[in-house]
Design a protein around this ligand. Structure first.
Ligand SMILES: Nc1nc2c(ncn2[C@@H]2O[C@H](COP(=O)(O)OP(=O)(O)OP(=O)(O)O)[C@@H](O)[C@H]2O)c(=O)[nH]1
Ligand SMILES: [Mg+2]
Length: 330
């Protein structure tokens, strides 16, 4: 039996994502900054630029989970810059490194490729990713974000697998005053995620809703039957609405480190990922993983739509490469 949770009132929250952005971001990135920024300051404090400095830099970048490919790219770019500008003092390297990192991250920034949900109605967004990365929480945050833009939102409880996943999404629905379409689970039968999302899309059409956010169960990329299931979910969404889903968001946990790279590849191969959310940047010293992702997709970047910097519904930020790097370094 399908159930339908209806919100009590439809008033939009008044907060936006931009409040005190720089301060909050700096605070959120404090672990990574302490790890990366402080070590960099030590290495680049002064003295002559020599091979030893590059070696120390390499170690620092690798410990922040920037990964070997991105680290090599950054160091190559730095060497060229040093030659070109005739830099001699190690202290000058910091600025050059910042610019190189911004250049690497910039293609991920949604400012260049914004997520425009006004092109379709309903605009259908599905979220996917491995277990526990923050998919459901990100849906709560996204609902808040879109509601603050006066858009109507409907949530689809497409995680019919994990116990209490439905209730968790209902709570986010209540907090945001938005409706949730879900399926009552019986003990004998697990629900059908594709069917729930299909129903939600039809409900959204009938009610002239702007945006559908579809939750899905966490899955490991090695669980091939579950990777087949998520492909099926996407196919069924297309049956409800031929050009949907309009956005396939892969949620990544910043603590994952270099494994994020293989997650991007596996989910992209299965689904064609159109955007990323990187969560838990507040709790990690490994925020450098963002550079590893940027390097992996340098020729063919997937926009980093949002970053997650806490557990609250307001802890979602648009990604801006320069602000991000400034918050990391200074
Ligand atoms: N600090 C912090 N915690 C977060 C963030 N995003 C999510 N979390 C926490 O991470 C945990 C897992 O979040 P969920 O949203 O349930 O993750 P999920 O991907 O839906 O998990 P499954 O459905 O079990 O696969 C929760 O305790 C969240 O509060 C974030 O940006 N920062
Ligand atoms: Mg979940």
């Amino acid at each position: 039996m399908r159930s339908f949770f209806k919100s009590k009132n439809d008033s939009a929250p008044d907060e936006t994502l931009t409040t005190n952005w720089a301060t909050n971001l700096r605070r959120s990135l404090s672990h990574t900054r302490e790890n990366l920024g402080k070590q960099l300051s030590n290495v680049l404090g002064g003295g002559k630029i020599d091979e030893a400095i590059y070696e120390e830099l390499e170690t620092v970048l690798l410990t922040a989970d920037i990964g070997i490919n991105a680290t090599t790219w950054l160091l190559d770019t730095l060497r060229k810059q040093v030659k070109q500008d005739g830099l001699t003092d190690a202290a000058q390297l910091k600025g050059a490194l910042k610019e190189a990192l911004i250049a690497l991250l910039a293609p991920l920034a949604p400012l260049a490729r914004p997520l425009d949900t006004s092109t379709k109605k309903p605009f259908i967004i599905m979220l996917t990713g491995v277990n526990g990365v923050g998919k459901t929480t990100s849906i709560g945050k996204l609902a808040h974000y879109f509601r603050s833009q006066e858009k109507s939102v409907l949530l689809a409880a497409g995680d019919t697998f994990r116990a209490a996943a439905r209730e968790q999404l209902m709570i986010w629905g209540e907090r945001n005053n938005v409706s949730v379409v879900s399926q009552e689970n019986s003990n004998q039968q697990k629900g059908d995620p594709a069917a729930v999302i299909f129903d939600a899309i039809n409900a959204a059409k009938a009610r002239s809703i702007d945006i559908v956010l579809a939750d899905t169960a966490g899955r490991l990329t090695t669980q091939l039957h579950l990777m087949e299931e998520i492909k099926k979910i996407k196919r069924v969404i297309a049956k409800a609405n031929t050009d949907a889903p309009h956005e396939v968001l892969l949620v990544l946990d910043a603590n994952t480190g270099q494994n994020a790279i293989s997650q991007v590849k596996a989910f992209d191969d299965a689904l064609g990922v159109t955007g990323l959310i990187l969560t838990k940047l507040d709790g990690t010293a490994k925020g450098g993983v963002i550079a590893a992702i940027a390097r992996q997709r340098q020729q063919n970047p997937i926009p980093l739509r949002f970053i997650g910097v806490g557990e609250d519904m307001k802890d979602l930020r648009l990604f801006d490469a320069r602000e991000f790097v400034d918050a990391l370094f200074d």
